[in-house]
Design a protein. Structure first.
Length: 269
């Protein structure tokens, strides 16, 4: 990310005819801002970031957006945050593009606009940002109006899932399970659910446990795996999983329950 920001600074500085020394000064302002931010000195951070941002430093522009967005050392101002994120996003700053896409999706600091959200998520996704790829999948799936929306959702969830994004693995698993935008493939759905569950995603753990416990029409029944995944979901506070686990335990012997508990204990805390 630093390398990309430096490239943008050089392009801006050279376009302005500032030369190498001017670019070095801009980068120095940015780095001083980062140091101040790490130390919790928000006033100095804002000052240094602003000096660099006004000369076109994309990283500094994004940092100012973050300060306004989180209200760090300054009153929270979503509109001001969006303005600075936009400046950085237009220079290709990938994290600013993702955040700006989220703001347009939620209508935070800017008017709610799915088209703009898609635009900024797509620009970041094309740079390989896994979160943006997942967000595109979510947005296409939520829209669900055109014949290609589900197909697009699958494609972007797949890209994010391949990069290990647990929510994308879970969402793609749902689409395989239901044949939504892709041919139904229960084995693939279980594989993706398991990948997400192994990363600790509660929803995947709860659904995987439910599948193994009750959905013999989809997945071969496995009391031990069902108990394991439902127990892990219960530990995270899932209320529905509590009821599912109680129903499951009522159908198991004491010996089976003890064996299943051993599976749960082997899971990393």
């Amino acid at each position: 990310m630093k390398r990309a920001c430096t490239m943008f600074v050089l392009s801006c500085c050279l376009a302005l005819g500032a030369g190498t020394i001017g670019c070095q000064n801009v980068e120095a302002n940015y780095q001083e801002g980062v140091t101040a931010l790490d130390a919790g000195d928000y006033e100095t951070a804002m000052k240094q970031f602003r000096m660099a941002a006004e000369k076109g430093h994309a990283g500094a522009q994004a940092a100012i957006g973050e300060l306004y967005n989180r209200g760090r050392g300054i009153q929270r101002d979503a509109q001001e945050a969006a303005k600075w994120y936009q400046l950085a996003a237009e220079q290709g700053h990938v994290d600013a593009q993702v955040t700006l896409g989220w703001m347009y999706n939620a209508g935070t600091g800017v008017p709610q606009n799915n088209t703009e959200a898609l635009k900024w998520f797509r620009l970041a996704a094309d740079q390989g940002h896994p979160g943006a790829q997942n967000n595109l999948g979510v947005l296409y799936r939520k829209m669900g109006k055109g014949p290609d929306d589900a197909t697009n959702a699958v494609a972007w969830f797949q890209k994010a899932a391949d990069q290990g994004v647990a929510p994308a693995q879970y969402a793609l698993g749902q689409m395989y399970l239901n044949g939504d935008g892709i041919e139904e493939n229960v084995a693939k759905a279980v594989e993706l659910y398991t990948q997400a569950a192994n990363q600790g995603l509660l929803e995947a753990q709860a659904d995987l446990g439910f599948l193994y416990a009750t959905r013999e029409d989809k997945v071969p029944q496995d009391f031990f795996l069902a108990y394991k995944w439902l127990s892990l979901a219960v530990q995270k506070g899932d209320r529905i999983a509590i009821k599912d686990l109680e129903k499951l335990a009522a159908t198991m012997t004491n010996e089976q329950i003890e064996e299943a508990k051993e599976l749960v204990q082997k899971e990393p805390s």
